[in-house]
Design a protein around this ligand. Structure first.
Ligand SMILES: Nc1ncnc2c1ncn2[C@@H]1O[C@H](COP(=O)(O)OP(=O)(O)OP(=O)(O)O)[C@@H](O)[C@H]1O
Length: 631
């Protein structure tokens, strides 16, 4: 249906009103296309329907009962020309000019308050009501025989009055007609907006490969998209208005219509296909007005699920930490942070040396995040965690058929997946010699050869390697290739152990405790955890560094959140490793002996369940000596 760009109105009016419309509207720029149908409402219906089908009708304007009839017959806005108080006054004044007597002949009582002003008009006015044409004629016949007044009324009344030789005055005014045009303009503007929205929605529904159907409160199809209609072997047009359950008994929305509750992910079989349905109530202004059902092929969902999982597998290739996540204010950690920030600006290989748990991966991520490679992948691999063959295929990937059981289409290795990004190789010292040779080739040639492949693939990765042991001794022992060592150790970043970081232990313990308590949902102050912990851990060597501290804090937080209180005795019981730790290598001998004595005493105290008298007795010392030791 071609639609005209300008709004098109039809005015339906008879005789006197038609003349007024012509006189009022001719030559006026109304910004609309309008036509006058000079006939009764009933007789105008076929012509109006024709206009509607041709897309040439936005609104109809008519008067009185005719407007009501047209509203019932047409699916377009119908605006009624209203009679205002001013119209009545104007018509009565006009009547007064023609005669001192007038009759207001209308279907309904009109302008009661205006009629109250009758004495002012100096007019002998009688209001009369009529029901139908015969009734109107009866009144007019009586009037013609007797008083011979002027008759004020609708177009039809004026026409009938003329038949009885009575002068008539039309009750409508030009202003009422213009007001009706304004109302029609507004209505058609809103209707066009609504239609535009509906059309857009239809286009969207048409473009969906999923089936969609909406029903009204009685389960009748209000809207259906071609995907579902064709599944049902119908056109959308054929399905409209019919009961959905008749079209396809498998598609049930009755339960949703009854309960107003959505039903999700139900599996049905329709036309021999396994489909997953979603059924939702349709609610407008708080009222349930129907329900909507969508259908999707289960195989499409499975495909999407596989794809999502594959995507999710890729996401670990992102760095989660920045250098700002490296906590600590000790000179050692500050220097390391500054060095790392500097290295981030370069693109050469970095070798991070530090004990286990000192934050080597954290620093590697931080460097990547601050480097020009930040938007590309950060791929981490622990070389100590895999046997040689697996490590090789993980790193370099393989071609289809490279070995029995190799995946179809082959598999890219981490070096390839880290293209344009950073490859973090933890525990590089544990990399077997043959793989060291292959890695060296990647770094020299900037290309990777998948296992079983003939052609290398160019790659651009920055390598950050890490080691807990001095790599140089592995080189000296012949376990690590010297040339690879020099390739990796261009920028070297030594990380201090936690024990060498002084006050950082407290700072880290406090920050970690804060996070751990939050995770436990505890509102207890951080000091309730850190004070007893740090008191017991004094002098502890922290061989597991920050990771060890993290674990201990986590354990204490769980206990504290559950019991509401943490005492030194609890710490000793929960973290006995804090007592049996080896003295640190950088301690003077006197301190070492002191620490060993204290730890032994603490262990005994823990064994005695915190009973100091018993612990002192078993240690063979006085309570005072024990107290001094533990101070
Ligand atoms: N300075 C620090 N500030 C905050 N958290 C830290 C710091 N150092 C380490 N961590 C945390 O300690 C844990 C261990 O760090 P990371 O894995 O980086 O250490 P690593 O040296 O790579 O250990 P490993 O050699 O055992 O793999 C991580 O959870 C990390 O976030």
């Amino acid at each position: 249906m071609a639609r005209s760009t300008q709004a098109v109105f039809a005015v339906v009016a008879t005789r006197a009103l038609a003349n007024l419309v012509r006189a009022q509207l001719a030559g006026r720029g109304l910004g609309v296309d309008w036509r006058l149908i000079e006939s009764s409402a009933e007789a105008a219906v076929p012509e109006l329907q024709g206009l509607l089908q041709a897309g040439q009708l936005d609104a109809v304007i008519a008067a009185g009962q005719g407007a009501e009839q047209l509203r019932a017959a047409l699916p377009v806005p119908v605006v009624q020309i209203k009679v205002s108080g001013y119209d009545i006054l104007r018509a009565l004044a006009e009547a007064r000019r023609l005669s001192p007597r007038a009759v207001l002949l209308t279907r309904r009582r009109l302008g009661e308050d205006i009629l109250a002003l009758k004495p002012l008009l100096n007019l002998d006015l009688t209001p009369l009501i009529y029901d139908n044409d015969a009734d109107a004629r009866r009144h007019l016949d009586t009037l013609a025989r007797a008083a011979q007044p002027v008759v004020v009324g609708s177009s039809k009344v004026v026409h009938l009055a003329a038949e009885y030789g009575l002068p008539g005055v039309l009750i409508y005014s030009g202003e009422s007609i213009l007001a009706a045009f304004d109302a029609a303009l507004e209505l058609s503007r809103v209707a066009r907006l609504e239609e535009g929205k509906r059309e857009r929605l239809d286009r969207i529904l048409e473009s969906l490969s999923e089936g969609v159907v909406a029903v009204d409160g009685e389960g009748r199809v209000q809207s259906i998209n071609p995907a579902l209609a064709s599944l049902l072997g119908l056109s959308a047009q054929q399905a409209l208005g019919r009961q959905l359950s008749e079209l396809a008994p498998e598609l049930q929305l009755g339960e949703v219509l009854r309960s107003g509750e959505p039903r999700r992910d139900e599996v049905i079989t329709l036309a021999g296909r396994r489909l997953v349905t979603q059924q939702l109530p349709l609610v407008e202004a708080g009222q349930q007005v129907g329900a909507v059902l969508t259908l999707q092929e289960s195989s499409a969902i499975e495909r999407a699920d596989r794809k999502l999982r594959a995507e999710a597998r890729k996401s670990p290739f992102r760095a989660r930490y920045a250098l700002s996540d490296v906590l600590g204010e000790s000179a050692g950690i500050r220097a390391a942070r500054e060095l790392a920030a500097l290295y981030a600006q370069a693109d050469a290989a970095v070798l991070i040396e530090g004990e286990s748990g000192t934050g080597k991966e954290l620093f590697a991520q931080g460097i990547h995040q601050l480097s020009r490679r930040a938007a590309a992948p950060f791929v981490a691999l622990n070389c100590a965690a895999f046997p040689e063959s697996l490590l090789e295929s993980e790193l370099f990937g393989y071609e289809e058929g490279a070995f029995t059981g190799s995946r179809r289409g082959g598999k890219p290795g981490l070096i390839e997946l880290g293209d344009h990004g950073t490859l973090f190789l933890d525990e590089i010292g544990d990399m077997p010699l043959p793989l060291q040779t292959r890695l060296l080739r990647v770094l020299q040639e900037r290309e990777v050869l998948r296992l079983g492949a003939a052609e290398p693939i160019p790659v651009d990765v920055r390598v950050i390697a890490a080691t807990h042991a001095k790599l140089q001794s592995a080189v000296a022992a012949g376990r690590f290739r010297a040339d690879l060592f020099y390739r990796l150790n261009i920028l070297s970043l030594p990380l201090p152990s936690l024990a060498a970081r002084g006050d950082d232990v407290r700072l880290l313990a406090e920050r970690l405790a804060q996070d751990a308590l939050l995770r436990q949902g505890s509102a207890l102050p951080v000091a309730a955890l850190t004070e007893p912990l740090l008191a017991v851990a004094q002098g502890h060597a922290w061989p597991g560094n920050v990771r060890e501290l993290q674990n201990v804090v986590e354990r204490m937080a769980v206990f504290l959140a559950a019991s509401g209180r943490l005492q030194e005795g609890d710490v000793r019981r929960l973290a006995p490793e804090l007592l049996s730790g080896m003295p640190r290598s950088d301690m003077p001998l006197a301190e070492t002996a002191e620490q060993l004595r204290r730890e032994h005493a603490l262990a005994m105290l823990a064994e005695c369940g915190g009973d100091k008298t018993m612990a002192a007795h078993r240690l063979g010392i006085s309570r005072t000596t024990l107290w001094r030791l533990l101070r």
